[in-house]
Design a protein around this ligand. Structure first.
Ligand SMILES: [Fe+2]
Length: 227
């Protein structure tokens, strides 16, 4: 079967993997949970339930439903791997100076950790920005994303139990603290400088033309390291 999406190729040797997770925890998350979301998204494509050519476009206008849950979780997890520095991304064509996201976000560290620790049930903690460049920490339940709000995600952390429970049990705060140490600020800064880069999250999963014809295709072929 010609499937539209694949599990995105990650760099297992990136520091975040062995620093944050046991092999058992990471494999359960990446190879089982994320793969299942990808498989179910492909099933939705095959059955005509997901016919959008762009996940981003779809997620910006949808917040619920069985198809949404699978597509959103497929996309959110890939965005999470970018956020932990496990993925490569293209150099931006922008000449704008790097935005000091890391320095600005430092004051949001406690909020990030508290948001994770106090989030009830499954969900995600995001660092988002708006058109004025204001950074905020927001949480979303289940598979929801901040995209419909108009704020742009720069980083995300998975706070579903399946993300940490084997290694951290109920110590969600400890997990959040360690994740913060491994956030990929180069990715956040590149994304902040060039919002079109957001389309690259889907590109890394895409295997056919239907999702490779976005106007937001990376503009340079040369790829840079992620750290
Ligand atoms: Fe997850």
């Amino acid at each position: 079967m010609n499937e539209r999406y694949r599990l995105p190729p990650i760099d297992r040797k990136a520091a975040a993997v062995p620093s944050l997770f046991s092999e058992e925890q990471f494999d359960a998350h990446y190879s089982k949970h994320h793969r299942t979301y990808i498989d179910k998204t492909n099933k939705s494509v095959e059955e005509g339930e997901f016919s959008h050519s762009s996940m981003l476009e779809y997620l910006a206008s949808t917040t619920s439903g069985a198809t949404f849950n699978q597509v959103a979780q497929a996309w959110n997890h890939t965005f999470f791997w970018f956020s932990l520095g496990l993925m490569r991304f293209p150099k931006t064509a922008s000449d704008a100076p790097p935005a000091p996201i890391k320095a600005k976000a430092a004051e949001l560290r406690e909020e990030w950790i508290e948001a994770a620790a106090s989030h009830f049930g499954s969900g995600w903690v995001w660092l988002v920005t708006n058109d004025e460049g204001k950074l905020r920490v927001v949480t979303t339940p289940n598979g929801e994303t901040p995209l419909p709000s108009g704020e742009r995600p720069l980083l995300v952390m998975d706070v579903w139990e399946h993300a940490y429970y084997l290694d951290y049990q109920s110590e969600k705060k400890a997990y959040a603290e360690k994740c913060w140490e491994h956030l990929n600020w180069e990715w956040a800064e590149a994304l902040n400088r060039d919002p079109q880069l957001l389309a690259h999250v889907e590109t890394t999963m895409c295997q056919d033309a239907a999702c490779r014809t976005s106007p937001s295709q990376p503009r340079r072929e040369h790829e840079q390291g992620n750290r």
